[in-house]
Design a protein. Sequence first.
Length: 94
Amino acid sequence: MALQESLENYSFLVEQANDGIVVVRDGQIKFVNTALTMLTGYTVKELQESNFIDYIEESELEKVKLNYAKRMKHIPGCYDQYPVLSCYYSWCKI
């Protein structure tokens, strides 16, 4: 019961967040919250199962790819979270 309640509280928190939240596994977007869809103009369906790299601004691409590769290899010194410029629906060609 406590685990179920904890999951429900976490889900509520993520969905109520004003920040866009994305979960990436093996380079593919697995989850996005409502705030991310509102910020980007993409729908959940458009984002889920797409490659997260497709939404990163070109000037940030190498930094993001390098950090992601380090994280996947569990190399110390890479960031769990960091701000990047990303492409939004209204102005980015994907």
